[in-house]
Write a protein that binds this ligand. Structure first.
Ligand SMILES: NC(=O)c1ccc[n+]([C@@H]2O[C@H](COP(=O)([O-])OP(=O)(O)OC[C@H]3O[C@@H](n4cnc5c(N)ncnc54)[C@H](O)[C@@H]3O)[C@@H](O)[C@H]2O)c1
Length: 283
């Protein structure tokens, strides 16, 4: 997609961090914006901020884990703007820990938001984009965690690898359909957002969201590393800029990440290529 002005973008997880920065950037390109988020207060504040900057903006409270919520989001978008051109499946939550120390509730929650959220976004919006027959773009947020593996970041890593894989499939399918719609996956490095405060979305129902036990030393270390790393991370506007460039240049892999993290991706690719065990240093 080369022309943004007057077109319509849907951004999930649009009330904060990477989603909000990208919505602001797309609005600055002249796009009409549909913000979707589960956090209603932050969503309304984000909508008001964008509108104050002169954007045409619609805010729809949405839980991306629910198929019917994404279908309602698409319908509200079409009702208000009549079309949709950019779909940014971005909402996500972070849970640290090994699989065996994580509660089933946390594992299901991560998979529901990070993976099912993207699946619902693709299943709902891609048919609409294809039907329109005009240039459009689907961007899915994975992570550097989607192209590396980190001990004690198990379920997050698994969901992000899945998002990379299904995005690659989508890219190939759109090419084989000879459609004017393109796909990208974005794998940010450490970005200054509220991702390590994902706990704020957990309910207070002790049945559905039981209190977490003390984390293992490994989980506590990774949690601290990621909290510090994101606190000192890149500004989310860097990710937003990379996404807009990626859409314009029809680039599939968008990797706004610190060089030391990119080196870990390269190391993993090398491990696969040479059948070396994960994490072992080259001899
Ligand atoms: N911050 C980083 O370092 C980093 C790195 C790589 C990938 N990511 C990914 O970027 C994406 C955006 O996260 P962020 O870093 O901007 O964090 P953030 O917490 O600032 O923003 C995430 C947004 O998603 C929303 N959200 C959470 N659950 C939702 C649900 N069920 N339905 C709808 N919205 C929901 C939150 O309310 C929040 O507004 C996530 O997918 C995250 O995994 C972040």
């Amino acid at each position: 997609m080369k022309d943004f002005a007057g077109r319509v973008a849907v951004v999930t997880g649009g009330a904060s961090g990477i989603g909000l920065a990208t919505a602001q950037r797309l609005a600055a390109e002249g796009m009409k914006i549909v913000l979707a988020d589960v956090e209603v207060g932050a969503l309304e504040a984000a909508r008001d901020g964008l509108a104050a900057d002169g954007a045409e903006v619609l805010a729809i409270p949405t839980d991306v884990a629910r198929a019917e919520a994404i279908e309602a989001l698409a319908q509200s978008t079409l009702d208000r703007f009549g079309a949709v051109h950019v779909v940014f499946n971005n909402a996500g939550v972070a849970v640290t820990g090994s699989l065996w120390e994580s509660s089933l509730e946390d594992l299901e929650w991560s998979i529901d938001v990070n993976l099912w959220g993207v699946i619902h976004g693709i299943r709902t919006f891609v048919p609409i984009l294809l039907e329109q027959g005009v240039p459009g773009h689907v961007i899915n947020t994975a992570s550097m965690a989607g192209v590396t593996s980190t001990a004690y970041l198990d379920v997050y890593t698994a969901t992000k690898h899945a998002v990379v894989a299904l995005s690659e499939c989508l890219h190939k399918e759109l090419e084989s359909e000879e459609s004017p719609v393109r796909a990208s996956v974005v794998c940010p490095g450490l970005i200054r957002t509220r991702i390590m405060e994902s706990e704020r979305h957990r309910g207070s129902d002790p049945e559905r969201d039981p209190p977490r036990p003390e984390p293992s030393a490994g989980a506590a270390f990774v949690d601290r590393f990621l909290s510090d790393g994101t606190e000192q991370g890149w500004d989310p506007s860097r990710v937003a800029d990379a996404i807009v460039d990626g859409i314009r240049e029809e680039r599939f892999y968008i990797i706004p990440a610190q060089p030391e993290l990119v080196a870990l991706m390269d190391q993993r690719i090398d491990e696969l290529r040479t059948r070396r065990n994960p994490g072992a240093t080259a001899s």
